[in-house]
Design a protein around this ligand. Sequence first.
Ligand code: CO
Length: 459
Amino acid sequence: MPDLPFSSERYGPAERQMAQALVTLENRILQPGPAPDCDCREGMFPGLSRRGMLLGGALLGGALLGARPARAEAPPGAIEYPVQPDPTREQGRVILEDGGYGSRSQFENEIRWRYPTASLDSSWSLTPLASGHGIITPSGLHFERHHAGIPNIDPQRHSLILHGMVDKPLRLTMDDLKRMPSVSRIVFIECSGNGLTEWEKPTLRTVQGTHGLTSTSEWTGVRLSTVLNEAGLQDGAAWILAEGADAAVMTRSIPIDKAMDDAILAYAQNGEALRPEQGYPLRLLLPGYEGNTQIKWLRRLEIGDKPFMTREETLKYTDLLADGTARQFTLTMVAKSVITFPSGAMRLPRPGFYEITGLAWSGRGRIAEVEVSADGGQSWTQAALQEPVLDKCHTRFRLPWIWDGAEAVLQSRCTDDTGYRQPTLAELVQARGTKSVYHLNAIQSWRVAQDGEVSNVHV
Ligand code: CO
């Protein structure tokens, strides 16, 4: 087992223990299963072997939580059907056997991993970015952060209360909200703790482990400004307390300017109602802000003249600096990118052509440029940005690459349309010191060894 990877200065014993458990878990998931009985996979994605993923699912609580696939052999979200020897010689299965709500192929098995916290109801789960395509995260693979489990809320009994420094307090049912003018936006949500294991030295092996706390969806709902204008803000209104209906009664303070700018009271995700895990029936969406502020199961908004100083913005989600002071209300997620293919724990089967691809995003605006290096940052080549390139959204980048078989260190760095460029880890540590945990947006390095093995390195 590897050494504890964290300095005591940056992390407490509980965090070190949790991260160590995640390292152990990832290693177990990545253990190769029996060789497949075909030569179709070549082991390029060893961690994504079907048996490996099934093992991961079982280890991560499938058995513990009683959640089982429909048939024993099928991955979560899939149904196991017999494979036809020649599908042109017999009819396929009957239509609507799925009951009218589909499932994925039984041959696709990526799943979220749960950060191994001591309790099962307070944890993170990480999106498998390495197997993603385009920019949309499937709703069932969107990362999650829960502080007190996932509440089960009847939308007919749910309402949103808006009060405080307003002319007319409001109580809005879900029907009230769905009558209002709506808007849809494709935006990322990232937990500001994304990558927190990676400050001191390379720790987790996969991009799911190092970067899996960011996801992108199309969200639909009512602009918060619509509702605030209906209630009428009083002079001096400057902050809003947003409160969730989970057992943590999660609360954060939101600047009124953000609320009036682009905040959304979201009831839908990727074309259907929110998932319970994403805040059903209503969540706050704050494009570009750290995930914790985007309160799920939203039930109350209180307008005030100053921030409310909740636990989550005093004890947590602040950034301790070298001089002992702390940054507070660091709400915007700044520009970041990562190569998702090739990425850690993959193995390139032989020299030759590969398309390097990954994701870049900025909470301040659009991605203007992504550059890729194959020599650890000594030289850079501009990558192509796949349309659409959207404001505060994951942007897919691509670059053709001929691997000559020599050791290479792959990196990406992005620049957003404010001109801000993603820093190296050394630059970031120089600016922030060695005590803060959140908001790690440094350049990620993947080493490709001569045997094709891809690993997480710091250069
Ligand atoms: Co912050």
